[in-house]
Design a protein around this ligand. Structure first.
Ligand code: CA
Length: 222
């Protein structure tokens, strides 16, 4: 029986322009009312997750910055800004990337738009600066090593004292892969990347937020 759902936001609970699915929002509220813990994890920032938690009425902690920071009654940053900021400055000084709007609210990661054609150069430099690079399909992020959505998942499993088979994760893109590598239940909306579909227990018929709504309304089948 599923006791906790951890879902990605962009492309999973939204449409392809990041507009939140009202059907998914309704399902989230319904399953929480039935006693299932619902948490969200995103590459986005704490203020955005604070808003989602408040306005969706979620009681569990939510995770920002790909799992690196957490908002509950208080804000926790599990990682430091030092290495991501250092690498970002290097990219900017070399003309390889530009910052994104939400960087002013980040605690332990940096978002960037790569200069066209220089993407590989950035990836090649990351190891030297001891940082990880991930792409949500919506933006690129510089993270600390070990900072990923799998980290958030393991934190929740420990916090709520759950068995892996009591947890369902939902995601659509490669930055969700770290949580898909754990021995939990996995579901994806129809728009998900093939690598995630290959690992999923269930692929919804509909894409995006409507697909997530389909998944959330059939939790009994997991
Ligand atoms: Ca996503």
């Amino acid at each position: 029986m599923i006791k906790l759902v951890l879902s990605d936001v962009d492309g999973t609970l939204t449409d392809n322009r990041r507009v939140f699915s009202t059907r998914a929002a309704e399902e989230i509220r319904k399953i929480q009312a039935h006693g299932i813990t619902v948490s969200l994890v995103s590459g986005n920032v704490i203020p955005v997750m604070y808003s989602l938690r408040t306005y969706l009425g979620l009681s569990a902690p939510l995770f920002a910055e790909n799992g690196g920071s957490m908002i509950a009654d208080d804000i926790t940053s599990f990682f430091s800004m030092e290495k991501p900021a250092l690498f970002f400055d290097h990219l900017q000084n070399k003309g390889l990337a530009r910052g994104i709007l939400t960087n002013r609210w980040r605690l332990c990661s940096m978002g960037y738009d790569p200069t066209p054609g220089r993407e590989r150069e950035i990836l090649a430099l990351a190891g030297e600066f001891q940082v990880d690079i991930t792409n949500s399909g919506f933006s690129w992020h510089i993270l600390n090593q070990g900072q990923n959505k799998g980290f958030a998942l393991l934190h929740l499993i420990k916090m709520f004292k759950l068995r892996p088979e009591e947890v369902l994760v939902i995601g659509d893109n490669l930055n969700d892969m770290p949580m898909f590598q754990e021995s939990v239940k996995k579901a994806v909306p129809a728009n998900a990347e093939p690598e995630l579909k290959a690992k999923a227990d269930y692929v919804s018929k509909l894409p995006y937020g409507d697909g997530a709504s389909e998944i959330l309304s059939s939790l009994d089948s997991f």
